[in-house]
Each structure stands twice: as structure tokens, then as C-alpha cells.
Design a binder for this molecule. Structure first.
Ligand SMILES: [Zn+2]
Length: 301
């Protein structure tokens, strides 16, 4: 038969279908959807954890369909590709990074999308964390994507729960003439006993001394940067001045936790200012509100 004898009718078939994810796959997707938990299955014989879960161990063929283990939402990228072609079934518009991610606690990697890292900077070994979708689709896309899981650059200080009576921290600084002049400018206190040596000779101290608030201010780096540390709010600081600070003196400010105020979750600390001769030039107390992890997200700091 010659081709011109063929009679061709063009048409389209609608093909609705349902797909059963299987017992194991269903449990995986339902747990992901309802509890935002990523589950794997473990073969106790081979000591391997599989994800996506499967009912049979691919090594020893044991039935492992009931050995569920919860996996962490964090993992390491073991391989990746950049999808650049466009297809209607794709979950997002290309280009995007499709990576193999070995979740912590799993022995097999599974594929998913990585966002939050430029394509040119993408690398294997990258630590990533699952970002769950806001709207469920009852599919693997209930994990919307993975993004880099970097350690926060700055970590908040000790929380109320972490602080214990007796914990202490110090900060040391040598007070120079420049510090005193800068402090005069900052505070507006140009009292000649801090700035004019000839005038200061006639005072009981016989030479210039630093403003009292200058060594006192060394308490701030202790509370705000060391103990409790970043995120601390100072509520009250009292200081008694006991001896002058001369130019060139090295002052150490020390704070020590002396009381935990459970009702308010506040911390009371003793403060001591000591010079290089071991003399206490000032002491007092501080009442502080230590950082709270529920209020400060470390990645925002
Ligand atoms: Zn096995």
C-alpha cells in the first residue's frame, strides 16, 4: 500500500489516572504532610536506613516495611545538577538546582531542590536543611526545598536556664590619655581634673584621673558580650567608686552570677573593678535579663 492511500484521523485522548503510592510510600507522605517529619526505614540486619522508604531491603531482601525511623531535616549534598530545560511537570521554573541529599541518619541520598545558593557557588558537601511547604500537596513537595544550613555567625549568650550561680567573666583594658579625652568628648565632661595636668596637681590626687564612668563602662562588654552575652538587656547597674583610675592603669571588670530570680527569669550579678595593682577601684551589682532563644532567632542576629 502506498502511503497516500493511508487515511489518518488526528485526535487526543484524555487519560485521567490515580496513582497509589503504596503502603510504605503512603505512610511516608502522610507523616510528612501531617507531622512535618521525614521518615526512613531501617534494615536491622544490614544496619542501613533507606529514604525514600521501601518495603524490602535492597541488599538482603528482608521485609523492613515496619522499621520506621525519624530522620533529621538536615543533611549533606552528595551530588547535584542544574536543570535548565523546561518541562510542564517541573515543580518550579528552571534553572534550578536538583541535588542528591543524604539526610543525617540516612544511608541513601534522595533528590530534591536546593534554593538559597547561587548556581555558581553550588558545591557538593554543602550542609542543607529542609524548608517545609506552607501549603500541603500530599507529595514530596511538602518539603518545599532545601537551603544552606549555615551555623549562625554570631551566637547568643547564656540563657536563664544555662546560667549558674558562680559563673563569671572578665574584660580588661588599659585606660590611656586618649581614652580619657575621647570620653570627655562623648560625655561632655571636660572637668580639668581629667584633662589639665597643671590643674590636677593641685587636687588630692596630684595628677589627672579618668572619669569614674570610664572604668565603670567596662562592665558593658562583660554583660553584653560575655556573661550572659549577646542578647542581654541590662536593667540596673549600681557601682560604688572606691579608688581613682590613673592614666595607664589596666582595669579588669568582672561579673559573677550571684542570684537567679526565677519568677522574672532575671539574673543578679556582682561586679568588681580591679586595677593592675590588685586594688578594687569599684564594685556593685547588675540586674540583667539574659537572652531568650524563643525571642531571638540566632540566624537573625
Ligand atoms: Zn538488609
Amino acid at each position: 500500500m502506498h502511503s497516500e492511500d493511508s487515511f489518518i484521523v488526528e485526535g487526543k485522548l484524555a487519560l485521567p489516572y490515580q496513582y497509589f503510592a503504596g503502603r510504605t510510600g503512603s505512610k511516608f507522605l502522610v507523616t510528612l504532610r501531617d507531622q512535618k517529619k521525614i521518615m526512613g526505614v531501617r534494615c536491622n540486619k544490614c544496619e542501613k536506613v533507606f529514604i525514600p522508604p521501601r518495603s524490602t531491603c535492597e541488599k538482603c531482601f528482608s521485609n523492613i516495611s515496619e522499621n520506621w525511623v525519624e530522620l533529621k531535616p538536615t543533611g549533606t549534598v552528595t551530588g547535584f545538577t542544574v536543570v535548565r530545560y523546561e518541562e510542564p511537570h517541573q515543580p518550579i521554573k528552571p534553572p534550578y538546582i536538583l541535588a542528591l541529599i543524604k539526610l543525617d541518619g540516612a544511608d541513601t541520598p534522595f533528590p530534591h531542590i536546593v534554593k538559597g545558593v547561587p548556581i555558581s557557588k553550588m558545591t557538593t558537601g554543602l550542609r542543607v536543611k529542609a524548608v517545609f511547604a506552607k501549603k500541603t500537596t500530599s507529595t514530596i513537595m511538602d518539603i518545599d526545598h532545601f537551603r544552606p544550613d549555615q551555623k549562625p555567625k554570631v551566637q547568643i549568650g547564656y540563657t536563664y536556664e544555662e546560667l549558674e550561680i558562680g559563673m563569671s567573666a572578665s574584660f580588661t583594658k588599659t585606660i590611656s590619655e586618649t581614652d580619657v579625652y575621647l570620653f570627655a568628648g562623648i560625655s561632655g565632661d571636660f572637668n580639668p581634673m581629667h584633662l589639665d595636668e597643671e590643674f590636677a596637681k593641685k587636687t588630692p590626687f596630684k595628677t589627672r584621673i579618668a572619669h569614674g564612668a570610664l572604668p565603670q563602662s567596662l562592665i558593658a562588654p562583660v554583660l553584653g558580650m560575655k556573661l550572659p552575652g549577646l542578647g542581654t538587656v541590662a536593667l540596673e547597674i549600681t557601682t560604688r567608686f572606691k579608688a581613682p583610675t590613673y592614666f595607664g592603669d589596666t582595669i579588669t571588670a568582672t561579673g559573677e552570677v550571684i542570684e537567679k530570680i526565677e519568677k522574672k527569669k532575671w539574673i543578679k550579678m556582682s561586679l568588681t573593678l580591679t586595677n593592675q595593682r590588685g586594688e578594687i577601684i569599684g564594685d556593685g551589682t547588675a540586674l540583667v535579663m539574659p537572652p531568650n532563644r524563643d525571642l531571638i532567632k540566632e540566624e537573625d542576629v
